[in-house]
Design a protein. Structure first.
Length: 444
C-alpha cells in the first residue's frame, strides 16, 4: 500500500485540514490544565500576599512531579491506539485502553494510600518557607483524592485522540473547567475556605471529567473487553511497557528540570518564587496551545504509520512544523505586547508583579525557543519512536544543568531562566536532526 499511495493522500490541502480538525479541539481540551491551574493562581493572587501564590505554586508542582511521571498513560495510549486505528485493528484498540486504564487506576490508588509520606517527601525536596509549606500541604492532602480520576483521564484523552476524535475530550474539558471555576469561586470567596476550597473545586472537576469520559466511551465506542489473557500477556503488553518505560524515563528528566527550577526559585524567597510561578503561567498557556498541534501529530502520524501511508506521513510532518512555527511567532508577539497585562489579571500584588517584570523577557522568548520540541515530541510519539525521545531529553537535561551551574553564580535568577531556554532549544534541535533522517526506521 505504501508504494501505491495516490497524490491526494499526500497533498497539502487534506493533510492541513486534518491537522486543523484535530488540533483545534485538542487545543480547547488542553486548556483545561492551564485553566485549572490559572484559576487557582488567579484566586490565590487575590487572597492577599505572595504567600498564597507561593503555596499554590508549590502545591501545583507537587502534583506535576507525580502526574508528569505518568504522562506515558496518555502518550503511550495515543500512539499505540492511532497505529491500531490506521491498521483497522479493533482488538488492539480495546487492548490498549484496558491495559492503560488498569495501570492508571492502580497508580492512583497507590498515591492515595501513600499520600502522607508523599506529601512530606515532596515538601522536603522543595525547601519551602514554613507558612507556604503548610498551605501547600493542605492543598495536596485534599487534591490527592483525585489521583485515580486524573490518571484515568490521561488514558481516556490519549485513547480518544488515537481514535482520531479530539472533540470528545474538548467537550469534557469544557465541562471540567466550568465545574472547577464555579465550585472554587463558591468555596473560596463565598464560603471563605481559602486554599482548602481551591483544592475541593479542582477535585470535583477531576472526578466529573473522568466519569464523563468513561460514559462517552461506553456509549460511543463500546470497546468489548478482549480478555485477561490478551490484555495482560503477549507481545502487545511487552511493547506497551517498552514504550511507556522510555516515556517514563524521559518524563523523569522533565520533572527533574521543573523541580530544580521551582526549588531554586524557592531558595530565593517567596517573592521570587511567586514571580517565577506567575511567569511560568505564560509558558503553561503556550505549551497547551502548542500541544494541540503535537497531539494532532500523535494521531495523524500514528494513523499513517499504522496504515503504511509514508508519503502522507512525510507531508504531515512538514506541515506540522510549519504551523507550529507560525503559532510560536504569534505567541511571541502577543507576549511582547500583552504579557504585562496578562500578569496583572493573574495577580494584584505589586511586589510580585515588579519582580515578574524583571524576568519577563525570558518568558517572552520561550515560544520560539521551544516550539520544535513540542511538535517533534508529537511526531515521535505517533511513530512510537520513544527511544529517540529519551536520548534527546537526556542530552537536553545535561545542557540545562551545565548552563545553570555556569550562569547561576553571576546571573542568579536570570541564569536559571537562561538554562531553561537552552534546555527547550536543545530538545527541539536534536529531535529535528533525528527527524531529518527521513524514515521511521532511522528514528525508531
Amino acid at each position: 500500500m505504501a508504494e501505491h499511495e495516490s497524490s491526494t493522500d499526500s497533498s497539502v490541502k487534506p493533510l492541513l485540514h486534518n491537522i486543523i480538525a484535530l488540533s483545534l479541539p485538542a487545543i480547547a481540551s488542553n486548556l483545561v490544565t492551564p485553566l485549572l491551574g490559572m484559576t487557582d493562581v488567579a484566586i490565590a493572587g487575590h487572597l492577599g500576599g505572595a504567600v498564597f501564590l507561593a503555596a499554590i505554586a508549590v502545591g501545583g508542582n507537587m502534583f506535576n512531579l507525580l502526574y508528569w511521571l505518568f504522562g506515558f498513560l496518555r502518550m503511550g495510549s495515543s500512539g499505540l491506539t492511532a497505529q491500531a486505528f490506521g491498521a483497522d485493528d479493533k482488538m488492539r484498540q480495546a487492548t490498549v485502553l484496558y491495559q492503560a486504564l488498569t495501570v492508571a487506576l492502580a497508580i492512583g490508588v497507590a498515591f492515595i494510600i501513600m499520600r502522607t509520606p508523599l506529601c512530606g517527601m515532596l515538601l522536603d525536596m522543595m525547601e519551602v518557607e514554613h507558612r507556604a509549606a503548610a498551605m501547600a500541604a493542605e492543598y495536596f492532602m485534599t487534591l490527592i483524592w483525585g489521583a485515580p480520576a486524573m490518571l484515568g483521564s490521561f488514558v481516556m484523552a490519549g485513547w480518544f485522540l488515537g481514535m482520531q476524535n479530539s472533540k470528545v475530550t474538548m467537550w469534557i474539558s469544557v465541562l471540567t473547567v466550568i465545574v472547577n471555576i464555579a465550585v472554587s469561586l463558591t468555596l473560596t470567596l463565598a464560603l471563605d475556605l481559602g486554599i482548602y476550597g481551591l483544592a475541593l473545586g479542582t477535585l470535583s472537576a477531576q472526578w466529573i471529567g473522568f466519569t464523563a469520559s468513561v460514559i462517552v466511551c461506553g456509549l460511543k465506542y463500546i470497546p468489548s473487553f478482549p480478555g485477561f489473557r490478551t490484555v495482560f500477556a503477549g507481545t502487545d503488553l511487552l511493547k506497551f511497557f517498552r514504550i511507556n518505560t522510555d516515556i517514563f524515563l524521559r518524563t523523569l528528566c522533565l520533572v527533574g528540570v521543573t523541580l530544580w527550577f521551582t526549588r531554586t526559585g524557592a531558595m530565593q524567597g517567596n517573592e521570587t518564587l511567586a514571580a517565577n510561578a506567575l511567569l511560568m503561567q505564560l509558558f503553561t498557556l503556550f505549551s497547551f496551545f502548542m500541544d494541540g498541534f503535537a497531539f494532532s501529530a500523535e494521531a495523524i502520524c500514528g494513523k499513517y504509520s499504522g496504515a503504511g501511508r509514508h508519503q502522507a506521513l512525510k507531508q504531515a510532518c512538514r506541515l506540522l512544523i510549519l504551523t507550529s512555527a507560525t503559532l510560536a511567532l504569534i505567541f511571541t508577539v502577543g507576549y511582547a505586547t500583552l504579557g504585562t497585562a496578562l500578569l496583572e489579571i493573574l495577580c494584584d500584588d505589586l511586589s510580585t508583579l515588579a519582580a515578574a517584570r524583571e524576568y519577563e523577557v525570558w518568558a517572552i522568548s520561550i515560544p520560539l525557543a521551544g516550539f520544535m520540541a513540542f511538535v517533534c515530541d508529537g511526531i515521535f510519539i505517533g511513530l512510537t519512536a520513544t527511544r529517540s525521545m529519551l536520548l534527546s531529553m537526556l542530552c537536553a537535561t545535561a545542557v540545562y544543568f551545565t548552563v545553570y551551574m555556569l550562569a547561576w553564580p553571576t546571573m542568579h535568577n536570570h541564569g536559571l531562566w537562561l538554562a531553561f531556554l537552552c534546555y527547550l532549544a536543545v530538545r527541539g534541535l536534536l529531535l529535528a536532526l533525528l527527524l531529518a533522517k527521513g524514515s521511521r526506521g532511522e528514528v525508531a
